[in-house]
Ligand binder design. Structure first.
Ligand code: ADP
Ligand code: GLC
Length: 485
């Protein structure tokens, strides 16, 4: 058994803005089930404090760079028994806005300071200087917000092993020299072999340079980020560390994402009662004011509206297809320009195109259950969760061949169709034409009901539960620990 301290800026259900939060909420549970002692350190955002209510104060820490003492509060990750250690620094985290952005959607100007305080508190916990009488064997850090943890721990002569997981290399957490000076960090961190990055200071480099092992969330992305095309300037460093870099695919928490038990969908179903999916289809059309057309190809999208996701191609790609009978049910938030473009498309195609802008967990489930296909035209995708959920919901994924999408969808072709293993449509080019053609291909496939059903069932039978990935992480922890000996 290993003692593992998770450091992450989000973990479901306490704090989540996307896939990172989902993974950091689920993986600790799976590790616990494998017998590991896992505790999750999370910033004390206002929304987290509100969920905790009256909780025990475990420790009070003095953290350099924080004017106030930092308290460590103890709660659990939702109804699980996984302990959550809340880093309560009100000046940094008890705010009205989001996790990373203010009420107007702009990045907090002091994000570097906020996550420095958080990282410093995690280091205190990792070194058992917080009077918890618990020292982890391994600290598992996630994304740039935690990058300083391996960097600061590396200075200790005796310390836990460190693992850094890249969920998205495009977010480096990079800040200018002046900001760096305000963090009161050791000056030697601002050097090229350390965390300096093209004249700035990048948190992610702390994880990539100093952690014992690096993981990312799919084998294909692990290869892609070692190339100039996808490495965001960090490919050289990752090449250098390629012996220490491994890709482990994300899992699914099927207690939350399974149409057989999903409490918010119109009608539950599984592979044996797949015909009940149509009630969810009808409910979704009604929810969003779409025409109740049985023949239409109902496309579902649940996504951040960001460059990564390729959604800007959607209006043009669907333009020639409206008259051929496509419908779109889109849930998303992000880029306001893209949002208004999609709104415009909805106005032009009433009853065929509907969108909801904002964050809505219930609607996300209802789209997964109700749509015929689930579309992910990503430019890059470290892992992606939507396509994993979609397969369990019998909603055929239409995805671009990149990152985790390439690793988790079995593309339709003559041999996979014959073998009955195909689960989705996969296309290559990042272009309007290729996206359009992929949707059209799905439309033709759906016109052959027996074949379509085979695609759906093959997807539903796939098992992306966390067990196997949790075991892969446990092996990484073993190696990280080994290196400290
Ligand atoms: P990323 O983390 O890059 O956004 P993932 O596919 O890993 O992509 O995870 C996204 C998660 O966030 C999925 O669970 C998806 O259902 C959810 N999600 C994204 N946008 C929304 C939204 N507007 N409302 C509800 N859930 C959303
Ligand atoms: C990031 C990636 C996404 C991945 C998620 C969880 O947000 O964009 O592909 O699934 O992290 O690892």
């Amino acid at each position: 058994m290993k003692k593992v301290l998770f450091a992450a800026s989000e973990a479901h259900p306490l704090a989540k803005t996307g896939g990172l939060g989902e993974v950091c909420g689920a993986l600790p549970l799976a590790l616990q089930q494998c017998g590991h002692d896992v505790r999750v350190a999370l910033p004390g955002y206002r929304t987290v404090l509100e969920q905790c209510g009256n909780v025990r104060v475990l420790a009070q820490l003095t953290v350099p760079g924080s004017l106030e003492p930092v308290r460590i509060l103890e709660t659990t990750l939702g109804r699980s028994t996984v302990p959550a250690l809340i880093v309560d620094a009100p000046g940094m985290f008890d705010r009205a806005g989001g996790l990373y952005v203010d009420v107007d959607g702009r990045d907090y100007t002091d994000n570097a300071n906020r996550f420095t305080v958080y990282c410093r508190a995690v280091v205190e916990l990792a070194m058992d200087r917080g009077a918890l009488y618990w020292q982890p064997d391994v600290v598992h850090c996630h994304d740039w917000q935690t990058g300083l943890v391996p960097a600061l721990l590396a200075r200790a002569p005796v310390r836990p092993g460190t693992v850094f997981t890249i969920h998205n290399i495009a977010y480096a957490g990079s800040f200018d020299r002046e900001r760096f000076d305000s963090l009161h960090l050791p000056a030697d961190l601002y050097t090229p072999e350390s965390m300096e990055f093209y004249g700035r200071f990048a948190f992610i480099k702390g994880g990539l340079v100093y952690s014992d092992l690096i993981t990312t969330v799919s084998p294909t992305y692990a290869r892609e980020i070692r190339t100039p095309e996808k490495g965001c300037g960090l490919e050289g460093l990752l090449q250098h560390r390629s012996q220490d870099l491994v890709g482990i695919i994300n899992g699914v928490n099927y207690a939350l994402w399974d149409p057989a038990v999903d409490p918010v969908i119109a009608e539950r179903y599984d592979a044996g009662t797949l015909e009940n999916k149509r009630w969810n289809r009808r409910a979704l059309q009604q929810d969003l004011g779409l025409r109740e057309d049985e023949d239409a190809l109902l496309i579902g999208v649940v996504s951040r509206l960001a460059y990564q996701k390729g959604m800007d191609l959607l209006p043009a790609a669907l333009a020639p297809l409206w008259t051929q009978g496509v419908q779109l049910a889109l849930l998303g938030s992000g880029d306001p320009r893209l949002q208004s473009e999609i709104e415009q498309t909805c106005r032009e195609h009433p009853g065929r195109c509907a969108a909801y802008f904002g964050y809505n967990d219930t609607l996300a489930h209802r789209i997964l259950a109700g749509a015929d296909v689930f579309l992910m035209p990503s430019r890059y995708e470290p892992c992606g969760l939507g396509q994993l959920y979609a397969q369990r919901y019998g909603t055929v994924p239409v995805v671009r061949r990149t990152g985790g999408l390439a690793d988790t969808v079995v593309p339709v072709n003559a041999s996979t169709l014959a073998a009955g293993t195909a689960t989705g449509v996969m296309y290559e080019d990042d272009s309007v034409e290729a996206l359009s053609a992929a949707v059209l291909a799905a439309m033709y496939l759906r016109r052959a009901p027996a074949q379509w059903r085979q695609l759906q069932i093959a997807g539903m039978r796939r098992d992306f539960s966390w067990g196997e990935s949790a075991r892969a992480y446990a092996e990484v922890y073993r190696q990280a620990r080994e290196r400290r000996r």
